[in-house]
Design a binder for this molecule. Structure first.
Ligand SMILES: [Zn+2]
Length: 294
């Protein structure tokens, strides 16, 4: 082996292979308009612009959704999932309205994990659905469709892999703008998405453990606030109720009340446990566990 390496080294030295051959093109050098760019040296300190995935419903029918999202000068989204997706060669078709590397205008005033203005760092997916009525708690139209959900899962999984998006960074519009936005609402199939690898979901046994613990000693409001903040929620200084509602729309859909009941608190701490570690959950619950839910 050593001998071959030596011979190869000698050959390289003789033929002068360190430079470019006549017919080779240096792909790291590109002629531009009146100058040239070299990409032969690359930095390591960088990350993707895309860090979050934000899911929405349009609250409009198919035609109106496309019309508004393509013609409005105020709102847009990177992708649109039709109500009844058509198929092309056996594949369900989603619309891409804005390139991944461009900012679509879907999030508005928003916060997640201490970042604001999520348009800068996210991709927005709009799903055609009529939405729900906050007063009655009822849906305003048909539920999210089977093919629609299938298509959303395929698209989201592809984007998650492409941009290495973490489960806790897949959020609803209501999560990043609590009180201001209520989409994709409490009828959105978050659990099914999580089972398909899209977004976070707590483990049932862990929820049970925290439920048993909290029915004896409930966490204080301060501890709940700290846990919500640790998970990613912002705007906690503007009132807990709206944030708790957003959290329930996502993880405790039968109880969207804005009130922190034992189950909601157990789900929250099960999430912290799973995605931030049991140490973090313990840390938040230390030292005063005495204060009751108010
Ligand atoms: Zn939205």
């Amino acid at each position: 082996m050593q001998k071959y390496t030596a011979i190869l080294g000698l050959l390289l030295a003789v033929t002068g292979c360190t430079g470019l051959q006549k017919d080779q093109v240096d792909e790291t050098l590109m002629a531009k308009n009146g100058y040239a760019i070299s990409t032969s040296e690359q930095a390591v300190a960088k990350n993707n612009r895309i860090r979050f995935l934000v899911l929405h419903y349009t609250a409009l029918d198919q035609q109106k959704s496309l019309e508004v999202l393509t013609r409005s000068e105020l709102v847009s989204a990177n992708y649109l999932i039709p109500e009844e997706p058509t198929a092309h060669k056996g594949l369900l078709v989603a619309h891409q309205l804005v390139d991944d590397h461009d900012r679509a205008w879907h999030a508005g005033v928003s916060q997640w994990k201490n970042r604001s203005n999520l348009n800068d760092t996210s991709l927005g997916i709009e799903i055609v659905n009529a939405g729900w009525d906050q007063d009655t708690g009822q849906p305003l139209g048909m539920p999210y469709g089977e093919r629609q959900t299938e298509l959303l899962i395929s698209l989201a999984r592809d984007l998650i892999e492409k941009y290495d998006i973490q489960p806790t960074d897949i959020v609803g519009h209501s999560d990043i703008a609590p009180g201001r936005k209520i989409d994709p609402g409490p009828f959105f199939p978050w659990k099914r998405l999580a089972e398909a690898g899209v977004g976070a979901w707590p483990d049932e046994p862990t929820i049970g453990d925290y439920q048993a613990r909290f029915s004896v000693t409930p966490p204080s409001m301060m501890q709940v606030t700290k846990a919500l903040q640790t998970y990613g929620y912002g705007y906690l200084d503007q009132g807990l109720e709206a944030v708790v509602k957003a959290f329930q729309m996502r993880f405790n859909q039968e109880h969207v009340s804005g009130v922190v009941d034992i189950k909601t608190a157990a789900i929250l701490f099960a999430l912290i446990d799973k995605y931030h570690g049991v140490e973090k959950a313990r840390d938040i619950l230390q030292p005063a566990e005495a204060a009751a839910l108010g």
